[in-house]
Structure formats: structure tokens, C-alpha cells
Design a protein around this ligand. Structure first.
Ligand code: ADP
Length: 754
């Protein structure tokens, strides 16, 4: 149904319509009369809209498209061919003028109408912008009402009413009532939408909250729900300094006033838990009877009586003086020599709790001192975390591997560790997370390191270093029999096992190469596990199983190391001795030379000091070549290459001096050197042999490799007191003051083996 001022588009391809259009074009100035026929009667409607064809297009598919615009309401005065079934109807019509008010009054009504519509537009999305613009620029109420009416989402019936209404003012009030109705409908829809949505949201919100609460409760093991009360009670009964309790009350208050679904709430809650769980004023009572302490150490650890002596001395002095500035014990030695287990035994014997951290590889200050609370997932550093585990304020606190710390981009953990250990500072230790000072002055710190030279100097100054250098084969046998075996049996639930001495010796010699007993312990465990499995699988009685040397292949596989007493003699190969973080070892040095101009080539990852030793050795040889029967031409017209074996392992220190020089002389003079001879000593430019460190460890390492003679600096003779008896029985030590004595010994003694 077309109202005046509106347009419709029609498409058709039937003849009748074509005829109508043609007639209209030819005789009626493009006008046609549109009537709305909704009756079933034969009578045609006598009312309609005179419209104009304003556009006509012949489409490629043969159809015709026209656009018709409504112009005026009109009355049909007469149909010229009355029968409705006729194809083309012609009629005589009379235009009907709208009943209008005067222009000013219309203006007022239009204004009102627009205002009404303005607010309607927001609520009713049906009115198109283009019609709105059209209306706004017009003063003609007839047009305005007809345009609006045909935009409204109303029924055909209602449009018909608009069509028959020739009073524009009335049409305006119809519009107002229609938009009002429409607005109500739209609002109602919106409300319903909103209600439905709210219901869903509420549902979800409640579900999520319930889940959260459930999880929090589970996490806290708290079913009662009265969390704040409980925390209050806990703070009240906490044995802590007043400042800590005050802080806790403050934090609890903050927690109470924070929305629990907010992340801040769990940060505060976490912090409260930390403060609540630290041992502020909890102490264990020390066992002051040092005799019983000594007894306990003897029970748990074989031998190492000098180590135990020093520990007892240390404890005695500490007890007497209660001196805050007393140094801190640092146990130094290769892995598996019992540093950790000794510290644990000290704690047990003193009736103190025990905690341990390892700082090997730590390069970040925050690992020691924690992260600020502001970080997500921030937490205290390892010191405070361990104090929580210790559950008392005065535990024995083992800090492992202090020689393996390094300084990284986030501060130097070594200086933080100093704060921890310094008796003047550690009373007020402050962790970044905890913020409140924590008193560490009652803690008994024990440190461990593998290699003394790698301990940072500022730390070393405060330490009481106690060396544990490793065990001889016989000591290892005793440790196994008296301590490790029963421990391993207990761990695996076996009553007893019989491993023969030959089998044990073979495990130590051919399956391990270590200063300590960790690897041996592991292998014994492996054997016992296999025995237990066999008993369980084959439902055997728990009879005593005997393990002989010949059974080892079955339990441990093929031998891993060779231990040979076979002696060879070689030109240009000499055994030096090294002392590393794994204990002592031999350090084979090779020399070769070839045509050149006297250059010295050094390989084997040597440090600066060791390189200088090689240069000193060569210089000494150049100035004393005659004495050692070296052809001077060889020294001048050759390049000399020195290589220290196991090239990938870094080596340094001056103690290889005499071994480097001996290798040079051997290589250049074709003198054979025995493979069971080793030497250690620094050489000076004028040939003096100067003392070295770690003789005990080096001797033990050499012993494991089957070395029979070791040339040592004369000034190290006193250190032989520390070398175990069994080793002194097997190895002959030759003290020398200057290098000439080294070669004299070799020239003399090599004859024996020729
Ligand atoms: P470290 O800390 O020096 O690397 P551990 O303390 O871990 O070595 O010792 C390794 C194993 O060797 C432990 O089971 C320990 O009980 C045992 N052990 C080491 N030395 C002895 C000893 N002298 N007496 C008894 N057991 C020892």
C-alpha cells in the first residue's frame, strides 16, 4: 500500500502491466491510480492514491522495472469499464486536498512531532535516517505525516487507516500514539532481554564464586569458613616479637577489607601465612655435653678423628665464649666424603633441627634474599624458606657448594650470603619478601665446598676451614663394613648380605674412581636391590646371599676402570699431579718437537700461571742445557709443543713446574721415564723447587692410579704427616730442593728398570 510522498519499486513481465504503463505514458502523463483492494466483493474501492511513474527500466532478462511515487489521495468518481475482471481499468478521479491548519500551527505540530520522534528514534530502530532527514527539513504536515506513517512498523490495516485519513493533524496524533505503543513494546522486549540476561549472569556469578570459595577452603584445609576469626586466634597465640604481631594484625585488617576474588587478597593471605609459620621465638635446647656429641660423631662416622677433634674444639670454644664473632665451620673436600652427613650428625648430637640448601649455580641475589611482594608469585629467598622448614630459630643450617656460586646480572648472591653469615648483620637479616627483620644469630651455619681456592675471598676470611680429603681403599673398606652396608641393607629391607673382601676391593678399584664413598654406596644399593628383587620374584627364602668377586659382572656389569701394576717407560711423557674439586689425580704431560724456530706451543686448557710455569721451565733449560745433555741446536731450530692430557678440563697453578721441565728434557734427550713415577713442585727460574698445596689429596689420587714413587718439594716433607699410613707404605716419597736432584734421581733410578 503506497501512501503519498512515498515510493515503491515494481518489477513485472506480464502483458497487462505493460499495457497499463503504456496507456499511462501515452494518455495520462505517467500517472496511474493505485487502490487497495481487500474486499471479496465485485465492487472496486472508490479511494486511492494518484501516483506517478518516475522511472522505467527494461531489464536484460526481459522484465520491466518501474519506480512509482505516491502523489495525492484521490476519490474515484467513476470506473469507465466497471467489470473488475477487465484487464485494464480506466477511471475518472478527483484529487482530495488534505485538511490542513494554517502554516504556523502546522509548524508547531511538526516541531512537537519531531520532538516526540527524536526520543522515539533512540528506542525504535525502525525509522530510517533518510526519512528522518527528509522530515526535519519540511514544513508540510501532510508530507511529514505520510512519510512517517509508512516508516512505522504497523499493520497493513493501520496503513489503510492512515490512507483514509485526510486530516493531517489527526494523522499526526495517530503517529504519536503509534510510536508510543511501539516504544512500549520495544522497552518491554528490552526489559525481558535484560531480565533473561541477568538471570544467566547471576547464575554464573554465583557458580564462579562458589567454586572459588570451595577451592580456597580446600587449599587452606579450612571447612569452618570463619577464616578471619581463626587467623586472629593464630596471631594471638603466636610467639613472636611485638612488631611482628602488630604487622600481622595490620595485614589481617587489610585482608578483611579486600575483595576475596581480587588477586591482592591472596597476596596478603600468603604473606600472613609466611609470618605465622616462621619460628620467631622457638628454640630447641642444646645438648651441652660435648663428650656425648663426640660419641655420636664416632658412631656415625668412621675415622676422620682430626676432623671430629676440630669440630668438638669449635663447639667447646663457642660454648665457653658465646662469642658472636666466632668463625663459621666450612667443610672442604671432594664429593662423597661425608660433609653433609657430618653436618647432619652434628645437628642430631646437639639436639638441633637440621636444614640444608645448596647454593651451587646460584647467580641471583633474590634466591638468597627473596622477591619483593609486588611481584606475582613472589616468595621469600632460600634462607627464610629454610627457616620455616627448620621450625626452630636455632637449627644447624648447612649451605652446600659455596664455591660454586657466581655473580649474575641480578646482583651478587655472595654479598647477600655475607649478610646472612656475618654475626653483626644477621641479627637483623632482612628478606625482600618478609620485609620485617629476622634474627639469624642463633643459627649454627655450616658451609661446604669442594675446592678451597674457589671460595670467594671475602667469605674465606670468616671461615674455619676443615679439610676432608678423601679415603684410601682400606678406609673405604672400613666405612662400608661399619656404616654404609647396614644403611643400604636397611633402606632396601634386607636383613643381611655377605660380600667378600675381595669383592669389595674389586668394587672400589674397578668400578669406582672417587675420593669419597658416594659411588660405592650407589653400587652397593644396586647389588642389594637386585638380590631383593631375586628373592621376591622367585619366592626364595630370605637366606643369606653371598657375593663373590666373580659375581660382580652379574650385578654391576663389566669393570669400568683399569688398575694396572704394569710399568712402562716412555719418552716425553711425565706424570704431574693435580688437586681438583674431585680430589687428587695424576696429570700426564706430553712433549714433542718439530722443525721450527724455537716457538713454544701450549695446549690442554691451561691457565695463565701454568703457562708461565712452562715458559720458566723452557728458559731454565735453555740456560742449563749442557748439564742435561740437551742439544742446543734442537732448542733453537725446533718448535716445542707441550700438551697436558684430558685437554678439555681447565687446569692451572704452578705445581706442575718440575713435571713440565722433566717432560721437556725427556723429549729432547730421548730419556725414558717410568709410568709409575709422578712428581709435583713449582720451579723457579734458577731451578729451585718450591712447595705446593694438597699433597695428601695428590698422594691419594696417585695411589689410586698405582703410582709407586712421587718426587716432592723438600718443604712439603712436613705434610707427609697427614698422608695415611697405608699410602706411605705403598708409595716412596723423594724430597728435592732443586731441579738437579730430580734429574739425578731419574738418571740413577731409571737404570733399575732398563
Ligand atoms: P658429601 O656431602 O661430602 O658430598 P655425603 O655426606 O653425602 O658426602 O656422604 C655420602 C655418603 O657417604 C653418605 O651416605 C655418608 O653417610 C657416607 N660417608 C661418608 N664419609 C663417611 C664416614 N667417614 N663414615 C661413614 N659414612 C660416611
Amino acid at each position: 500500500m503506497l501512501l503519498p510522498y512515498n515510493e515503491i519499486r515494481l518489477e513485472f513481465d506480464n502483458e497487462i502491466s505493460n499495457n497499463i504503463i503504456e496507456l499511462s505514458e501515452l494518455f495520462h502523463n505517467n500517472r496511474i491510480m493505485l487502490v487497495y483492494d481487500n474486499s471479496n466483493s465485485n465492487d472496486l474501492p472508490m479511494f486511492g492514491v494518484i501516483s506517478k511513474i518516475i522511472k522505467k527500466v527494461e531489464l536484460p532478462n526481459g522484465k520491466t522495472r518501474i519506480v512509482i511515487k505516491g502523489e495525492k489521495r484521490a476519490k474515484v468518481l467513476e470506473y469507465l469499464n466497471k467489470d473488475k475482471t477487465d484487464e485494464v481499468l480506466e477511471s475518472i478521479v478527483e484529487e482530495i486536498e488534505d485538511i490542513n491548519l494554517d502554516v504556523e500551527e502546522e509548524k508547531v505540530i511538526i516541531k512537537k512531532l519531531l520532538k516526540e520522534l527524536d526520543s522515539a528514534i533512540k528506542d525504535i530502530p525502525y525509522l530510517s535516517n533518510s526519512s528522518i532527514n527528509l522530515i526535519k527539513s519540511s514544513n508540510d504536515l501532510s508530507m511529514v505525516t505520510d512519510v512517517i506513517a509508512s516508516s512505522l512498523p504497523i499493520s497493513l490495516k493501520r496503513v489503510e487507516e492512515y490512507l483514509y485519513e485526510c486530516n493531517s493533524t489527526k494523522r499526526a496524533s495517530m503517529i504519536v500514539s503509534d510510536t508510543e505503543k511501539e516504544r512500549k513494546i520495544v522497552n518491554l522486549e528490552k526489559n525481558i532481554d535484560l531480565k533473561v540476561k541477568e538471570e544467566i549472569d547471576d547464575h554464573q556469578k554465583e557458580f564462579i564464586l562458589r567454586e572459588k570459595i570451595k577451592l580456597m577452603k580446600e587449599e587452606l584445609g579450612d571447612e569452618s569458613g570463619n577464616e578471619i576469626d581463626e587467623l586472629n586466634e593464630k596471631i594471638e597465640s603466636l610467639d613472636a616479637p611485638k612488631r611482628i604481631k602488630d604487622r600481622l594484625y595490620k595485614e589481617l585488617n587489610k585482608y578483611e577489607n579486600t575483595n576475596k576474588s581480587h588477586p591482592e587478597a591472596s597476596i596478603i593471605r600468603n604473606y600472613i601465612d609466611w609470618l605465622l609459620n616462621l619460628p620467631w621465638n622457638i628454640y630447641t635446647t642444646d645438648n651441652t655435653d660435648l663428650n656425648s656429641v663426640r660419641e655420636y660423631l664416632d658412631q656415625t662416622h668412621y675415622d676422620i678423628s682430626n676432623v671430629k677433634d676440630r669440630i668438638i674444639e669449635y663447639l667447646a670454644v663457642k660454648q665457653m665464649s658465646n662469642n658472636l664473632r666466632s668463625p663459621i665451620i666450612c667443610l672442604v673436600g671432594p664429593p662423597g666424603v661425608g660433609k653433609t652427613s657430618l653436618a647432619y650428625s652434628i645437628a642430631k648430637a646437639l639436639n638441633r633441627n637440621f636444614v640444608k640448601i645448596s647454593v651451587g649455580g646460584v647467580s641471583d641475589e633474590s634466591e638468597i634474599k627473596g622477591h619483593r611482594k609486588a611481584y606475582i608469585a613472589s616468595s621469600p629467598g632460600r634462607i627464610i624458606s629454610s627457616m620455616k622448614k627448620a621450625k626452630s630459630n636455632n637449627p644447624v643450617f648447612l649451605i652446600d657448594e659455596i664455591d660454586k656460586m657466581s655473580s649474575g646480572i641480578n646482583g651478587d648472591p655472595r654479598s647477600s650470603l655475607l649478610e646472612v653469615l656475618d654475626p653483626e648483620q644477621n641479627k637483623y637479616f632482612s628478606d625482600n619478601y618478609i620485609e620485617e627483620e629476622y634474627d639469624l644469630s642463633n643459627v649454627m651455619f655450616i658451609l661446604t665446598a669442594n675446592y678451597i681456592d674457589d671460595i670467594p675471598k671475602e667469605l674465606k676470611d670468616r671461615l674455619e676451614v676443615i679439610n676432608l680429603s678423601g679415603y684410601t681403599i682400606y678406609e673405604k673398606m672400613d666405612i662400608i663394613k661399619n656404616h654404609l652396608m647396614s644403611k643400604v641393607l636397611k633402606e632396601n629391607g634386607l636383613n643381611d648380605i655377605d660380600i667378600t673382601d675381595e669383592a669389595l676391593l674389586s668394587i672400589i678399584r674397578y668400578y669406582t674412581r672417587e675420593s669419597g664413598v658416594r659411588e660405592v654406596e650407589r653400587l652397593l644399593s644396586q647389588i642389594v636391590r637386585k638380590v631383593v628383587t631375586d628373592i621376591v620374584l622367585n619366592k626364595k627364602d630370605n637366606e643369606l646371599v653371598t657375593i663373590k668377586e666373580s659375581d660382580l659382572v652379574k650385578y654391576l656389569g663389566k669393570k669400568k676402570y683399569h688398575y694396572t701394576n704394569k710399568i712402562t717407560s716412555n719418552v716425553g711423557i711425565v706424570n704431574g699431579l693435580a688437586y681438583t674439586s674431585f680430589g687428587g689425580d695424576t696429570l700426564p704431560i706430553e712433549v714433542n718437537y718439530y722443525k721450527g724456530d724455537g716457538k713454544l706451543v701450549l695446549t690442554g686448557s691451561l691457565g695463565d700461571v701454568m703457562k708461565e710455569s712452562a715458559i720458566i721451565a723452557l728458559s731454565y733449560l735453555k740456560s742449563n742445557y749442557k748439564y742435561y745433555n740437551v742439544d742446543y741446536d734442537k732448542l733453537i731450530n725446533n718448535d716445542i709443543h707441550i700438551h697436558v692430557l684430558e685437554g678439555a678440563i681447565p687446569k692451572d697453578g704452578p705445581s706442575a713446574g718440575i713435571a713440565l721441565l722433566t717432560a721437556l728434557i725427556s723429549g729432547l734427550t730421548n730419556t725414558k721415564i717410568r709410568s709409575n713415577l709422578a712428581m709435583t713442585g713449582e720451579i723457579s727460574l734458577r731451578g729451585s723447587v718450591l712447595p705446593i698445596g694438597g699433597l695428601k689429596e695428590k698422594a691419594m689420587g696417585a695411589h689410586m692410579k698405582g703410582i709407586k714413587d712421587i718426587i716432592i718439594p723438600y718443604d712439603n716433607l712436613k705434610d707427609l704427616d697427614d698422608v695415611p699410613k697405608e699410602i706411605k707404605k705403598d708409595i716412596h716419597f723423594i724430597p728435592v730442593r732443586n731441579y738437579k736432584e730430580v734429574m739425578k734421581y731419574i738418571w740413577r733410578k731409571n737404570d733399575w728398570y732398563k
